[in-house]
Design a protein around this ligand. Sequence first.
Ligand code: FRU
Length: 490
Amino acid sequence: TSYQQPFRPFFHYTPQANWINDPNGLVYFDSEYHLFYQHNPQGTKWGHMSWGHAISRDLVHWQELPVAIPEAGPVMIFSGSCVVDKANSSGFGSDGRPPMVAIFTGHQPSNQSQYLAYSNDKGRTWTRYGTQPVLDLNKKDFRDPKVFWHEPSQHWVMVTVLSPERKALFYTSTNLKNWTRSGEFSTDVPTKTSGKAAPAIGGIWECPDLVELPVEGSMERKWVLLLSVGSGAAAGGSGMEYYVGQFDGRTFVRDPATTVARPIDWGKDYYAAVTFNNMPMRGNRGAISIGWMNNWQYATDTPTRSFRGAMSMPRELRLTKQATGYELRQRPVQELKSLLGPAFQWAGFDQGALNQSLTDNGFSSDTYQLTLDLEATKAEAGVRLCRNTDQETVVGYDPIRQLLYVDRTRSGQVAFAKDFPGRFAAPVKPQNGRISLQIWVDRSSVEVFANDGQVTLTNQIFPVPNSRGIQFFGDGLRSASIRPVEPIWK
Ligand code: FRU
């Protein structure tokens, strides 16, 4: 397989061939990170859903393994999670070693219910636990179980969704096989007539995750419910939102202050992100998540050829406490620093000199990390990326409206879907008069992290090859540094 092909990301995970969507079963076990995912082993469009599989020792370099759990007759293998059953509560273990257990949705046209499979060889081969589900409500849309061990209550917890009802259901179990309903969570659906700020996006719910996160600068930890919503997200189409609250081992209750769901990412292409189970304890490290960089509005039409779909960089999730409540912080995992090359750096320059110096230094890459500091008191400022004669992707800050935006209207191939081109903006307030941006460019994607992970904007782009131009604009720029990113593929 060649990774040298148009639009193939060099430091984001993609399958060697064919379609992927949601990350599934993210789990750490025996020095390996496992990334399973929704995969069509037979084509570049959605179908024959199975669990594809890749492993990594560093969250950066991935090795693709054979399909872990294939479609079985009429039952497709939809999204779900993976646990390490340390006490062998399921009885699936052998030779005194803990089994890995996958909990996933078996999809049939008129029924979705939850099934198990297990592995006793570090995820290399999988055995289905019979042909029957362990949890079946006779529902058509009941899916995406996220299971984790809740230490204080000494039981397993499952969060799933009734998608069209926009309801999260909670279950508990002591053996992963028998599940008891312990609670549910839903929010008011926004109505046009209510006249109030919309409390949540109106689309169907998918891929829930419930995770406890550290609050920065304190010993506090809070629970966060992550949701993927099928339509109506911040940038249009599918996207993610979150609620902060409490979890007693049985049900999630959002904080009274959290009446408005907050977007997780303000770009078009961030969906179905979930967090790793069984992470090694390391100080106050946050949870690690991976999302699918795509949008159901056009996911099956993106102009890649032998593969379709890519994962986001792994992100570390934490919370900060603000006057308005707890806020999510997302930062690329620090392991990614191992890919960064030497920096070209500037400070106290004028715009023209900087643009010239980039050219003079011969900086030319389509995989890089660009960090910049903008002074927010002046007129609009930012950077035009991935430029070519008539193409560019613009990342800019509008200090009047206090909006950070990514404009991909002229980013390259945009006409394959009417909802692809556009300008997507997020409200961002300056800190000490400045906006700091960290922008990761990987050939067909641009991920922007603003003000140290306070706001993220994730977007795909499909420029013609060698669209490598970089040009700063406005006079707000105060410092910049750019570093090439090494490919993760050999
Ligand atoms: C989310 C989703 C899930 C489902 C899977 C099917 O993108 O629709 O709800 O399990 O994709 O591939």
